[in-house]
Ligand binder design. Sequence first.
Ligand code: FAD
Length: 392
Amino acid sequence: MADVLIIGAGPVGLFMAALLLQDGVEAQVLEQRSAPEPQSRAIGIHPPALAALAGAGVAGDLIAEGVQIRRGMALAGGKCLARMSFAGVSDRFPFVLSLPQARTEAHLERRVNELGDGALHRGVRLTRLSDDGGRVSVEADSGSGTLRYSAPLVIAADGVRSTVRALQGIDLRVKEYPDSYLMGDFADGTGFGPDAALFLSGAGIVESFPLPGRLRRWVVRLGAGDATAGGPATGGPSAGHPSADARWLMRCVRERTGLDIDAGTNSMLSRFGVRTRLARRMVAGRVVMIGDAAHEVSPIGGQGMNLGWLDAAALAPIVSAAVRGQEVGGALKTFERTRLRAAARAARQAEINMALGRPLTDRLLALRNRGIAGVAAVPAVNSLIARRFTMQ
Ligand SMILES: Cc1cc2nc3c(=O)[nH]c(=O)nc-3n(C[C@H](O)[C@H](O)[C@H](O)COP(=O)(O)OP(=O)(O)OC[C@H]3O[C@@H](n4cnc5c(N)ncnc54)[C@H](O)[C@@H]3O)c2cc1C
């Protein structure tokens, strides 16, 4: 028995739990994994998300551990085409914070445990759910038997393959893209410091972001002929020959940027394809979907996790009001409309980012790069792009 059951202790479910527990709501979180996920996916935390995280008392710890990216640059042929500063995007957080997702989740989990000792139940996988209009009953597999829970409200933050979404029969709008990427973390020998760099190469974009511990993440857009390079399955961690992939990534970075990375320092490697999956609804009776369960957007642009946190920040006061007995039907409708719109906007932004990174012939590349340099040289346009990029 709880006021609210949250399904999934990824970054979004944990943040949702912290917000509710802090407001005195009895929230319980069910998570199928028995231990935290060590794999690093998201690294970028944008200013609006930092403001929301500050409200749950975690932004300070994240900022203390992360790297503050205050500038980005676009390079081609060894020259800097454009620079972008994030100084004007926010008074409080004029930067994008870079921190591996596993570390972010560790801080959020610590905060949840501080606020509600015993609120997080690991090794518990939701398998069934029924909403009788007054309460939602949930069955979950604990590995040693079936557990039963019941609450007036369920919040599903159970990720892209959401069981809750499937059980509720919620349709998705799905769009597949031809793009795929290989990313890896290496020791940083670039001298770029905390700056982000985009290399606009004809063979496909290379993105490079600072990480804590003097590391750097490299993301390369794979071309058609690169599809067999390395061999790991799309969408997951590198399962095949990680060192061969790291060497491939190193050669690719050298060919496209002229920079050397040391394959021997590789600490993470993952290949991923991209798609958009937007749920047609986020609210179904007494069940609300947030985060990737409601909207998967391409990681190129780095907004997925941030989008989910902003869902949670928008939903928390509505849930608190409902628990206090207030009527929240209208507020939930507004929540659903505005958050679905925000997801569609993030998906469009990611589409633009992916289009800019696709392979081009020399002639088209020269034209496009001149266009980017020209547009970025206009201060008003430059600051508008900086704001869009940082979800303002
Ligand atoms: C390569 C890559 C790079 C990315 N980079 C960025 C970035 O820089 N910035 C950004 O904002 N986003 C980025 N993203 C997206 C980001 O990782 C996701 O948007 C984020 O993880 C979504 O969080 P979530 O909590 O909604 O879902 P998840 O992180 O998927 O968490 C869902 C949780 O629910 C649990 N669960 C699932 N089913 C059940 C069940 N039946 N019962 C109990 N528990 C269950 C899972 O075990 C999991 O712990 C990236 C994604 C990828 C793949």
